[in-house]
Design a protein around this ligand. Structure first.
Ligand SMILES: *[C@@H]1O[C@H](CO)[C@@H](O)[C@H](O)[C@H]1NC(C)=O
Ligand SMILES: *[C@@H]1O[C@H](CO)[C@@H](O)[C@H](O)[C@H]1NC(C)=O
Ligand SMILES: *[C@@H]1O[C@H](CO)[C@@H](O)[C@H](O)[C@H]1NC(C)=O
Ligand SMILES: *[C@@H]1O[C@H](CO)[C@@H](O)[C@H](O)[C@H]1NC(C)=O
Length: 372
C-alpha cells in the first residue's frame, strides 16, 4: 500500500461516519449515526400517571425520572417509552366545551418536555413519547373523547399544542419517534360491517379488542392518528411516527386480516397525505400462559407482510407465555424486529434490566450501545 492509498483509506473511513444524525428507518430496522441500531429498553412509563409534564409537575418527578434513565443506561439499554397526555388528565388544557386552549394551565409543558429530552440525552437514552391512551376507560370529562369524535376539537389540539411542541423539540437527538396513541383497539367498536376493509372490524370481534368500551370506529381512530402524524411531519419531515397497537391482529394483511394502519387506510380516513406511519409497534402478552397465534414471539418480522420496521413495544415475563425475560429479549433481537421495550421499568425494573443487560453486546441485528 502506498502512502496515497493509506491516505485515501483514512479519508473514506472518516467520511462514512455521520455523527449527530437522528434516528431514521432503513428497510426493517433503524439507523443512527450511519449505523444499524436495535432499540433496547423499556416502558418507564410514568412517575405520576398523567401528571408528569406541565403545571410545574416535572420539577417534582425529574429526580425519579433521572434515576430510571441512569439505571437503564447502566444496564446497557438505549430507549425509553414514556406516556404524555394519556387521556388529558392534566395536559392539555381544555375549555368547558372540550376545545384545547393551552398546553397546560401554568404554561410549563413545553419546557418540561424539552428538559426531559435534555436529561435523556445526557444518559444517551432515546425517548419515544406516547401522546394518548385508549387502554383504560377513564375519560370521564370527554377530553380525549372529544378529540377523537370531533375534527374541530382535534384541530384545536394540533394548532395549540402539537404544532408548537414539535417545533420546540424537532431535531432533538434524544427524540426517537412519536407514538401517537397507545392501544386504540382498547376502545374499538368490533361490530362495524363495512365494504371497505380499512373500516370493517368484524374480523376483530372476539379478538379481545374493545375491552375498555366499544366506543370508536376506525374512521375516527385513523383520522385521529392521520391528522396528528401529518401535523408532526409538516413541522418536522424527518420525525419518525408510530402507533403502539395491542396485538399484531390490527396491523397485517396476512392471516385473513386487514392492516388498518396501512398508508392507504390512514389517508382514506383523514385525507392527509403525510399522515402515515414510519414503523409499526406491536404489544404482546400471553393469556393463560399461551401466546396467541399472531404473537411476535411465534413469528418473525417478515411474516406480517409489512415493509416497515416492527418494534415490540410492550411485553414481559409475567405474561410471557412461560418464557424468561432473557428469552423474550433474545427472541425479539434475533427474529428480525427493530427493537424490544418491556413493560414496565418502574414496577419491575430489576427483572427487566437483567434482560436488557443480557442482550446488550449482541450483534447481527444492530448495535445497542449508542452515543447521542
Ligand atoms: C361480536 O361478538 C359478540 C360477543 O361474542 C356477539 O354477541 C356479536 O353478535 C358479534 N357481532 C358480530 C357483528 O359478529
Ligand atoms: C375526506 O375527503 C372526502 C371527499 O372530499 C370527504 O367526504 C371526507 O369528509 C373527508 N374526510 C375528512 C376526515 O376530512
Ligand atoms: C416482576 O416480574 C417477575 C417475573 O416475571 C414476577 O414474578 C413479579 O410478580 C413481577 N412483579 C411486579 C411487581 O410486577
Ligand atoms: C459485554 O461486553 C463487555 C465488554 O467487553 C463485558 O465486560 C461484559 O461482560 C459483556 N456482557 C455480557 C452480558 O455479555
Amino acid at each position: 500500500m502506498t502512502l496515497v492509498d493509506i491516505f485515501t483509506l483514512v479519508v473514506l473511513c472518516t467520511s462514512v461516519e455521520v455523527i449527530g444524525s437522528r434516528l431514521s428507518v432503513s428497510g426493517n430496522h433503524f439507523m443512527l449515526n450511519g449505523e444499524h441500531v436495535f432499540l433496547s429498553g423499556g416502558n418507564l412509563p410514568w412517575i405520576q400517571y398523567a401528571y408528569d409534564f406541565g403545571n410545574n409537575q416535572w420539577a417534582g418527578v425529574k429526580t425519579s425520572m433521572e434515576n430510571e434513565m441512569k439505571l437503564l443506561r447502566d444496564a446497557g439499554g438505549n430507549t425509553l417509552r414514556l406516556w404524555i397526555h394519556i387521556q388529558g388528565e392534566s395536559s392539555p388544557q381544555f375549555d368547558l366545551n372540550g376545545y384545547v386552549t393551552a398546553t397546560d394551565r401554568d404554561g410549563t409543558f413545553i419546557d418540561d418536555f424539552k428538559d426531559m429530552l435534555d436529561l435523556a440525552q445526557s444518559y444517551d437514552i432515546l425517548v419515544i413519547p406516547t401522546l394518548w391512551n385508549a387502554a383504560v376507560p377513564q375519560d370521564f370529562e370527554n377530553r380525549l373523547n372529544g378529540l377523537i369524535v370531533n375534527p374541530e376539537k382535534l384541530a384545536s389540539y394540533i394548532q395549540v399544542v402539537l404544532n408548537p411542541l414539535v417545533q420546540a423539540v424537532k431535531a432533538h437527538p434524544a427524540l426517537a419517534a412519536w407514538d401517537v396513541f397507545n392501544e386504540p383497539e382498547g376502545m374499538l367498536d368490533t361490530e362495524v360491517s363495512d365494504l371497505d376493509q380499512c373500516f370493517d372490524t368484524t374480523a376483530l370481534n372476539d379478538s379481545g379488542a374493545g375491552w375498555a368500551g366499544k366506543k370508536y370506529n376506525y374512521q375516527q381512530i385513523l383520522r385521529f392518528v392521520n391528522w396528528q402524524v401529518d401535523a408532526i411531519k409538516q413541522e418536522d419531515p424527518e420525525a419518525l411516527v408510530t402507533v403502539g397497537v395491542w396485538n399484531a391482529k390490527s396491523s397485517t394483511d396476512n392471516f385473513h386480516l386487514a392492516n388498518h394502519y396501512s398508508d392507504d387506510c390512514l389517508i382514506k380516513a383523514g385525507n392527509k397525505s403525510l399522515g402515515v406511519l414510519d414503523f409499526y409497534e406491536f404489544h404482546s402478552y400471553s393469556w393463560k400462559c399461551e401466546f396467541d397465534h399472531l404473537a411476535p414471539f411465534k413469528h418473525q418480522w417478515k411474516d406480517y407482510g409489512i415493509s416497515k420496521p416492527i418494534l415490540i413495544g410492550e411485553f414481559n415475563q409475567m405474561e410471557g407465555g412461560g418464557w424468561t425475560t432473557n428469552q423474550l429479549f433474545d427472541y425479539v433481537y434475533k427474529d428480525g424486529y427493530a427493537g424490544a421495550l418491556s413493560w414496565d421499568l418502574v414496577n419491575n425494573g430489576t427483572d427487566q434490566r437483567a434482560g436488557i443487560a443480557f442482550i446488550k453486546n449482541y450483534t447481527g441485528n444492530g448495535k445497542i450501545d449508542i452515543d447521542i
